[in-house]
Write a protein that binds this ligand. Structure first.
Ligand code: ATP
Length: 466
């Protein structure tokens, strides 16, 4: 199914993100820096709320999953063992005329050839076959046929650590992790030895990952620096299918609970699997351009721990406490990009309504995710009694919730601003408030207003927010 939410264009989302302080392009004053984005005051709140909601479901509510925060830099052999140094490539094609670099698998996709995980050599064979059928292979950007053959292009970002004199020696090469799970595998034994976990159990981590993406595209969907939220679940092979199905359901339901409509999600089964994988599915979201990958839920067999055991020489097997049987645990993972998730939730929340001939833009976030929970306004900014009372309310509420105080412009404009950042409730102090000790509370979605006694406001908000 192609996109049906045709008013929710990516351009509108990008523009709102910039205009309202969610996401900014990196290094703008220096002319920009491709494929990196910065998160502004509302973006960071939303990102934190999403991460917290994920952590709550994956770690806090479960006895069998624990958390971890491992370093971005790791022993370089980690990436030799994992296969990233030898095989983490995206074949690329360069246009000799306009110099644009294109992902070769994306070019073949246009001819309905699934080139996911294909190496450059195989891609070039496919291109030859197309040419034999007189199919022209052209640059997507300028239409030129003057293209290089596909070449493998490593996605792993290199750096150097150490003293300035030997910083350039090969020995000091380190890698910025291309995925967070490497740190989980390297700490699996530490966690086994220091906590009470027993198989089956999971380790979850949220952190930065880096990939030298050839073509970063679609705003924050694919960037060179991003955050991943990953959970690796260690189990005995016989438990795999049951646990895998359980986690698939948990992750699907989580999106629905936090406000994604089921019709905007779909499963994609991987037809081409990594050699160690038995089954892999992605959850796809209906982004403004089409359904596209949001989260991966994959079976990984015993590949990761076996490889790290082989390369490090450390014993990474597990001893069953009852039978004393020893084995290398198998792993299933859930892996999602936090930034990509933020984009999905932005797209889902973005709503336009026609109110008396004017377009009202609202971000209809689930209240738990909204960056600001309550905005407090004095009706007029030049009436000190109103400002004082509004400030008192704000000072009280901010102890518990992310709140905003706003006395700028007319009330209508202040409501619109809060609608555009998704604030569920606006509290206004007016002249009646001074006499009756009550306020108006206005609902973001219905725009209905209700009067509430100030002493009951805290209880009302608690009941209605969560
Ligand atoms: P793709 O095929 O899109 O390059 P992938 O299948 O290599 O992605 P995984 O390695 O499975 O992705 O990563 C797990 C998750 O991490 C993805 O589902 C996505 O949400 C996120 N992710 C991966 N690469 C990026 C990126 N460059 N920018 C933002 N998020 C990313």
């Amino acid at each position: 199914m192609k996109n049906t939410k045709n008013y929710k264009t990516l351009e509108k989302i990008v523009s709102l993100c910039k205009r309202r302080g969610f996401v900014f392009p990196s290094s703008e004053i220096y002319g920009g820096f491709a494929a990196v984005y910065d998160y502004g005051p509302y973006g960071i709140e939303l990102k934190n709320n999403l991460a917290r909601a994920w952590w709550k479901e994956i770690v806090q509510k479960r006895e069998d999953v624990v958390g971890l925060d491992s370093g971005i830099f790791m022993h370089p052999t980690t990436w030799k063992a994992s296969g990233h140094l030898d095989g983490f490539d995206d074949p690329q094609i360069d246009c000799k005329d306009c110099k644009v670099r294109i992902r070769a698998d994306h070019m073949l996709e246009e001819f309905h050839i699934n080139a996911d995980k294909m190496k450059a050599e195989d891609i070039n064979k496919e291109i030859e076959k197309l040419k034999e059928k007189n199919i022209e292979f052209k640059c997507k950007n300028c239409g030129s046929k003057n293209l290089t053959p596909a070449k493998n292009f490593s996605l792993i970002v290199k750096s150097n650590l150490g003293s300035p004199t030997d910083a350039l020696s090969e020995d000091n090469v380190v890698y910025l992790r291309p995925e967070t799970c490497g740190g989980i595998y390297l700490n699996y034994k530490n966690i086994l030895d220091s906590t009470r976990v027993k198989i089956p159990f999971g380790i979850a981590q949220i952190g930065k990952a880096f990939r030298n993406e050839i073509v970063a595209r679609q705003f924050i969907f694919r960037t060179r620096e991003f955050e991943q939220m990953e959970m690796q679940y260690f189990l005995r092979p016989s438990m795999m299918q049951e646990k895998y199905n359980e986690w698939k359901k948990i992750r699907w339901d989580w999106y629905i609970t936090y406000g994604i409509k089921e019709e905007n999600l779909k499963w994609l089964k991987h037809e081409k699997l990594a050699h160690y994988a038995a089954e892999a599915y992605d959850i796809e979201y209906n982004f403004p351009w089409d359904f596209d990958e949001l989260e991966g839920i994959h079976q990984r067999g015993d590949w990761d721990l076996s490889q790290h055991q082989k390369f490090s020489g450390a014993k990474l097997d597990y001893t069953d406490p009852i039978t004393n049987e020893k084995y290398i645990p198998h792993i299933m993972e859930t892996s999602v990009g936090l930034n990509r998730m933020l984009l999905a939730f932005m797209c889902e929340a973005y709503t336009e309504e026609n109110v008396n001939g004017e377009i009202r833009i609202i971000l209809k976030f689930d209240k738990r995710l909204a960056p600001i929970k309550i905005a407090v306004f004095p009706l007029l900014k030049n009436k000190p009694e109103l400002v004082k009372k509004a400030r008192e309310i704000y000072d009280n509420l901010k102890e518990e919730y992310m709140c905003e105080f706003d006395d700028n412009g007319n009330i209508g404009k202040r409501y619109r601003r809060q609608d555009e950042i998704g604030t569920p409730y606006c509290v206004t102090v007016d002249f009646d408030s001074l006499e009756k000790n009550d306020v108006t509370i206005r609902d973001r979605d219905t725009m209905k207003q209700e009067r509430i006694k100030i002493e009951k406001l805290g209880k009302w908000i608690k009941e209605n927010l969560f």
